[in-house]
Design a protein around this ligand. Structure first.
Ligand code: PAF
Length: 281
């Protein structure tokens, strides 16, 4: 495995790989690998002959009061895990290389970026779309793989790729969970012992709403209120950002839930913001 921090060198290696007919897949990450990352990496490995993983804690997607300065990092461990999983190129750029002085071009998928997580994190998805656009232009992979825990992010990237005619597939892979159901996230490392014990309720609430849907309740307003009630009863300490039931593909809202609906939640336990979602189907 090569570890490359220069974007010029990464670009050159990937160009050569494409010229020699390699099938390149990219897994964009911010590092501090957990089983969710590893499942994306292993799946991507099976789809390609050259596997690139980018590891970059992207300052542009953090708000001023967010956790950029304390985002967990362990490059040595990540590099070991990546090598064991058969990664060919670990791309670890520096912020000054990605955003040199004078950088002033941003990518924003307007229609999808200002609600759900976007309403609580202004500018977040602009930062995500911009870095992913840059990574896709540098690496030019045949496929870029995303986790469905960040469902809105995945939908936004797919829309960007369509709108900007970028020639890349963007498969989404299912959320990987701890044994108790908590969605894997690097931010779980921030949870206090007590919050970690109650955090599985985030997913339990989503299972509960899916059960209600399966037993015939399809009114979105009712389902959202019952989900909110579940969190008030079971996670009274949580600060709920949103509970929403939306169309999984368009993220649009309506009155009735259907098989293509997605229930999504974001809430804070202590200082830790957790997100999760479930397809009602
Ligand atoms: O999901 C993430 O880890 C990040 O948002 C991504 C896609 C690597 C962009 O920085």
């Amino acid at each position: 495995m090569e570890i490359v921090s220069s974007s010029d060198i990464a670009e050159k290696l990937c160009r050569q790989a494409r010229q020699s007919k390699q099938i390149i897949s990219l897994v964009p990450t911010m590092g501090f690998f957990h089983a969710g990352h590893m499942s994306l990496i292993r799946w991507a490995k099976e789809q390609s002959t050259m596997l690139v993983v980018s590891l970059f804690v992207n300052p542009a997607q953090f708000g001023p009061d967010e956790d950029f300065d304390r985002y967990p990092q362990d490059l040595e461990r990540d590099a070991r895990l990546a090598e064991e999983a058969g990664v060919d190129l670990l791309f670890t750029p520096e912020a000054r290389d990605i955003y040199p002085a004078g950088f002033s071009t941003w990518v924003e998928v307007e229609s999808f970026s200002h609600f759900l997580c976007g309403s609580k994190r202004p500018g977040h998805f602009r930062g995500v779309s911009t870095i992913v656009c840059k990574l896709l232009n540098l690496i030019r992979p045949h496929m870029a793989v995303f986790g469905q825990k960040d469902w809105q992010q995945w939908i936004i990237i797919r829309k960007m790729v369509r709108d900007l005619n970028m020639e890349v597939d963007v498969p989404g892979r299912p959320t990987v969970r701890e044994a108790d159901g908590l969605a894997m996230s690097s931010r779980n490392a921030y949870l206090s012992g007590e919050d970690r014990n109650s955090a599985p309720h985030v997913y339990q609430g989503l299972l509960h709403v899916r059960e209600l849907f399966h037993s015939g309740q399809t009114k979105i307003e009712v389902l959202e209120n019952l989900l909110l009630k579940y969190y008030r009863d079971n996670l009274p300490q949580a600060e709920v950002d949103y509970v929403r039931i939306v169309d999984a593909q368009t993220l649009g809202t309506s009155r009735q839930a259907g098989p293509g609906s997605l229930a999504a939640v974001a809430l804070k336990l202590g200082e830790t913001r957790l997100i999760d979602n479930i397809l009602l189907e």
